[in-house]
Every structure is written in C-alpha cells, then in structure tokens.
Design a protein. Structure first.
Length: 233
C-alpha cells in the first residue's frame, strides 16, 4: 500500500488491443501498472518471465483460449485471476471458476468496477500475515500466518478465494455461514443476484479437500442460506 493506494503489477491478456490500451491507461491513474499481451500464447510467455500480482484474462481469444491459459497457470501458480467473459455467458464463467479463477467481470464493463474488483482481491492477497494462529477441525489444519492448509499432513494448493472461504468455515465449525458474508470476505464484494461464484468456489474446495485425503469433515449446503463445515463423527 502507498498512501492508501494499491500498487501492483498486473498482466492483462486480451486480443482486443483498444481495450487493453484503455484499461492500461485507466488503471495507471490508480498506481496499477499493466502489461498487455494480445494472445494467450504471448500472455503465458509474459507470465512465466515476470512476477505479476494479478492477471486479467479474457476467456474468448483465437488460438490459445483464456481457459487454456488459466489451466496452464494453475498448474504452478495461485496468482489471483479475474476473468473477462461475454455478458450472459454463464457456462464460461462457471468453467473459468472451476479452473481456478478468483472472480469474473462480464464485457462490456465499467472500468471503475474493474478497479474495485482488482483492489478487493489485492487487499486480500497483499494483507500482512496474521499472528500465529492455527485453525483445526479433524483432519483439516489451517495456519493463518503462513496461509497454508493441510489435510492429513498433505498440503493443499488453494487459491486466495478458496483459502478465505475455508478460513471462514473453520472459524465457526458446525455453524452456517451465509453466502453474503462469504462473498464479502472471500471476494471483497457483495453477493449479486443469481451469482454462483461462491457455490463454485465451494465445489472446488470440496474437491481439493477430498483429493487431499479428507474423509471425515464435510461442507454442507443449507439451501438458500449458506454453508457450514461439519465435524467428522
């Protein structure tokens, strides 16, 4: 942080050159440095050669699609990713979130909304480590200082959003956490009507816990309310 402003290096991968130039100029006013790549292939090269704080990734691109880029990046990195999707294209949004994107923004979008989404994610990812605090429930352990999650001594590779959701659930085991609160804590924004982002992140988290070896604790859905982490019996 710098005088209340967020400073960050951002990579934008989008084949729309005019949009890339506009976003770069607009974000520069908020101390956000943007590198623009106009194809999935060049974007992946730029990502591997530099240390970016956040990615803005267009889903629909010729050649290597944004989903292909995202899948490749998630093999080695948990860098925050905001997807740009066609308005109303729910399938791409859901698939992108399932592949590990942190949030999405439909085109066309208001640049101010993009800045708000970026800052919310960066505040979460750049926050100072907490004092030593370990949250435990059965086979699940989360160290808030190192931001590491373990299941049966296996470390989980979680995105920042998944980490925050798991932390919220571990803080109140056996109690329902409403979706509005999870959206505010994990995404840094209010829950929008028909927004399935939290649900998709929960689904991803369930899968990672199971793959990590968790067989006892379960994340249950209270329809229309939220989610709770249930201790194993």
């Amino acid at each position: 942080m710098d005088n209340g402003r967020t400073t960050a290096d951002i990579l934008m991968i989008d084949d729309d050159r005019d949009l890339g130039a506009m976003v770069s100029d607009y974000l520069a006013g908020d101390h956000l440095k943007v590198t623009v790549a106009n194809s999935g292939e060049s974007g992946l090269i730029a990502f591997k050669a530099n240390n970016f704080d956040l990615l803005i990734l267009d889903i629909m691109m010729p050649g290597m699609s944004g989903l292909d880029v995202l899948k490749s990046i998630r093999q080695t990195s948990n860098v925050p990713v905001i997807m740009l999707t066609a308005r109303g294209d729910d399938v791409d949004r859901i698939i992108g979130l399932e592949f590990g994107a942190d949030d999405y923004l439909p085109k066309p979008f208001n640049p101010r909304e993009l800045i708000a989404r970026i800052k919310a994610i960066l505040r979460r990812s750049q926050q100072q480590p907490e004092e030593d605090k370990v949250l435990e429930l059965g086979q699940i352990t989360l160290d808030t200082r190192t931001r590491k999650a373990m299941v049966s001594n296996n470390e989980l590779r979680l995105t920042g959003t998944e980490y925050e959701i798991l932390k919220c659930l571990l803080e109140t085991p056996g109690k329902v956490v409403n979706k509005e609160y999870l959206s505010e804590r994990a995404l840094g924004r209010r829950l929008l009507p028909y927004d399935r982002s939290v649900d998709t992140h929960i689904s991803n988290l369930r899968g990672k816990l199971e793959k990590g070896g968790n067989q006892n604790e379960t994340i249950q859905n209270q329809r229309g309310i939220g989610y709770l982490l249930v201790p194993g019996t």
